[in-house]
Write a protein that binds this ligand. Structure first.
Ligand SMILES: Cc1ncc(COP(=O)(O)O)c(C=O)c1O
Length: 398
């Protein structure tokens, strides 16, 4: 595979065991009952997040609505700060949303397609990203798909061939959910900017597992959420909007949380807030904010660098074991492009996943692929458990 230069604008972490991270296993009760290797779908629930949700319920029960002003709004601010620190952003560049799809929909209404009606997406991206612009076909927006030749990787050069002066936005993932490939986002951002287009990153599969700095990557928007590698559960997404763009971002869907003077309750006029929270709409799901703060604390404590080094150590082992069995691994050949999503090309993966669940092993599948995604809390022994179980299931089939 030829990869365009320049690439990987951060030092690519080596594979390091980091056995000290295993002390965190005690924080995740599910790990004591199951072999849990599905963090790219749903990060494990920590004791801290459980305690957070309990704390939320206690306050609701004790204080009722009074908890909003005194405590809950502050809890949202804490989450914003932690996320901003994680991606190298300023806190006023960060907004929250109930899902990545909701955040993307809002941003999609804020772009001007009158002179540039083209949006460039990759065919390996998560569908919800492309859907935002496919539904805008009726408004004259054209979605163009950069096509992967091997269904695993994509090069910046392939984007360069599609992005032009009619392009309003390039929207793609840093890590592909279907192959674990890490894209060279900085190179793609440079291509977008050279043509005067904006760069949006769907980082749902990257944030928490692979280090990131939005300034180094030079992106305009980043959307991600707490479900997976941030271990915060469903119901909370984060959005980064570059400071210089904020005044231009005026979505045509909104709510009272986006108003500059939210608590003036002025029904007859609307002025956007100055910060990224201008894209926020309604009351956030507080239990999720509490759960997310627990997960974000752990991510911060461990550091994304150490997490990434350990998951490289685990995935290298997983891939080596899978190859020893002669299974085709649907992942980038070069280790530096790999993340902690390992796909195996196996027939009827859905059936295998079902049989694994019966053995207390939780992995996932996508069409034609079995997906294993270890995190820092997993072990080499758990890799062996899943690999041996798959081998047994396949042997019974033969
Ligand atoms: C890369 C990516 N983007 C977006 C989503 C969906 O996000 P949401 O359900 O919050 O809209 C997922 C979820 O699986 C994903 O993997």
């Amino acid at each position: 595979m030829t990869i365009g230069e320049p690439r990987m604008h951060y030092p690519v972490p080596p594979a390091i065991e980091h056995p000290e991270l295993l002390t965190y296993r005690a924080e995740f009760p599910i790990l004591q009952r199951k072999t849990y290797l599905n963090s790219c779908s749903l990060g494990a629930l920590s004791v801290r997040s459980m305690q957070g949700i309990e704390q939320f319920m206690e306050m609701w029960n004790e204080w009722g609505a009074h908890a909003w002003y005194e405590i809950w709004l502050g809890e949202i601010t804490k989450a914003r700060h932690k996320f901003a620190a994680l991606i190298g952003a300023q806190v006023h560049e960060v907004a929250i949303a109930p899902s990545a799809s909701a955040a993307l929909s809002s941003i999609a209404t804020a772009l001007d397609y009158s002179k540039r009606n083209k949006v460039v997406v990759a065919d390996l991206d998560f569908p919800t990203l492309a859907y935002q612009w496919l539904v805008k076909e009726q408004l004259g927006v054209e979605s163009h798909f950069v096509k992967s030749l091997d269904r695993v990787t994509l090069t910046p050069a392939l984007f360069e061939a599609v992005v032009d002066e009619r392009t309003a936005l390039v929207a793609t993932s840093r890590v592909f959910y279907t192959s674990g490939f890490i894209q060279d986002i900085r190179a793609i951002a440079d291509i977008a900017h050279k043509q005067g287009a904006y760069m949006l990153v769907d980082d749902y599969q990257g944030t928490g597992q692979i280090p990131l700095n939005v300034n180094t990557l030079d992106v305009d928007f980043l959307v991600t959420g707490t479900l997976k590698w941030l271990m915060g559960g469903p119901g909370l997404a984060f959005v980064y909007i570059r400071e210089g763009l904020l005044p231009l971002i005026q979505p045509t869907i909104t709510g009272w949380f986006g108003h500059r003077e939210q608590f003036q309750f002025n029904v007859e006029e609307f002025t956007f807030r100055a910060d990224a929270a201008r894209i926020e709409m309604g009351t956030p799901a507080m239990p999720t904010i509490y759960a997310a703060n627990g997960g974000l604390d752990i991510v911060q404590e461990i550091s994304v660098e150490s997490t990434c080094e350990r998951t490289r150590y685990l995935t290298n082992d997983l891939i080596a074991q899978a190859r020893e069995h002669g299974w085709t691994v649907h992942a980038p050949l070069e280790p530096e492009y790999r993340s902690s999503i390992v796909m195996l090309e196996l027939e009827q993966p859905q059936q295998i996943v079902k049989e694994l669940v019966a053995r207390n092993i939780i992995v996932d599948y996508r069409p034609g692929l079995l997906r294993i995604s270890p995190y820092f809390y997993n072990t080499i022994e758990e890799n062996a458990i899943v690999i041996n179980a798959i081998a047994e299931i396949l042997a019974k089939r033969a």
